[in-house]
Design a protein around this ligand. Sequence first.
Ligand code: NDP
Ligand code: 8X3
Length: 256
Amino acid sequence: MNDKIALITGATSGIGEAAAEALAGAGFDLVITGRREDRLQLLEKRLAATGTRVLSLCFDVRDQAATRRAIESLPASWQGVDVLVNNAGLAVGTRPLHEGILDDWERMIDTNIKGLLYVTRAVAPLMIRRGRGHILNIASIAGKEIYPGGNVYCATKHAVDALSRGMRVDMVSRGIKVTNIAPGMVETEFSVVRYKGDEQAAANVYSGLQPLDARDVAEVILFAVTRPPHVCLNDVVIMPTAQASARDVHRESASR
Ligand code: NDP
Ligand code: 8X3
C-alpha cells in the first residue's frame, strides 16, 4: 500500500495492462481505462483479487466530451491522481504516404495525439491543484526516427515526443514530472491492429528476433514512478537487444 493513484489509458492490453499489473504490485491504486468493457472488468477482477483498489473507466480517448466526462466522474477519493500513463495508441497500416488511407490517418492522429491531449487536459489540473504529479507518455522509437511506411504513425509519435517536452516546460514550476518513454519493437496486439487482423503479417514483424515483452516496458514505467521526488527520468529509449534503430534489426535465419 503506497496510497498513490495511477491512471493508465489503454490498460486492456499490452503495455497498459502490464503497467497496471506492475503498479498494482507496487501498491498503487489504479484507474484503468480503455474501450473494451469486458477486458476492463476482467483486469479489475484480477487486480482486486490481489487487494488492489481499482476503478474502471470505459471510454474512447478520441471522444473529447466522453473523455472529459469520464475524468469528471472520478469520485473525490480518486481525484488525487499521482501518476498518469498516457499509453492508449495505435498504428494502422503500412502503406507509403501517396497510397495512404485517410481513415487510417484519422484514427492515428485522433488517438495518438488528440486523445493523449484530451486526457492530459482533464487530468493535469488535478495534479496542479495538489502541486505534484507524474505524467508518462508512451511515445516510440517511431517518435525519434522515420521508416518506410511509417509516415503518419511516425508523425504522431514525433508529436508525442514534442508534447512530452512541451508539458515539461509548461508544468516544471508546478512540480509535475514528465517522462517520455520510447520503446522499439514490443510484441503485443500492436501489430495485429496495424495489419488489420492479419495475424501472419503481425507475427512476421517479430520473426527471427526476441522482441520486447510488454512487461519490459512496464518495468521502466515502474522504475520511473518510484524515483525520489527530486528525480525525473525525462526520456527513455528501450529497445530489444536485436534492434539497433527503427530500421536496423538483426534476425537469426531459420536455418541457424
Ligand atoms: P496494444 O494494441 O496491445 O494496446 C493498445 C491499447 O490502447 C489497448 O488497451 C487499447 O484498448 C487502447 N486504445 C487504442 N485506441 C484507443 C482509443 N481510441 N480509446 C481508448 N483506448 C484505446 O498495443 P501496445 O500495448 O503495444 O501499445 C501501447 C502504446 O505503446 C501505444 O501508444 C503504442 O503506439 C506504443 N508503442 C508500442 C510499441 C510496440 O511495438 N508494440 C512500440 C512503441 C510504442 P481498447 O482497444 O480496449 O480501447
Ligand atoms: C512501435 C514501434 O518500430 O513499429 O511504435 O514503430 S515501430
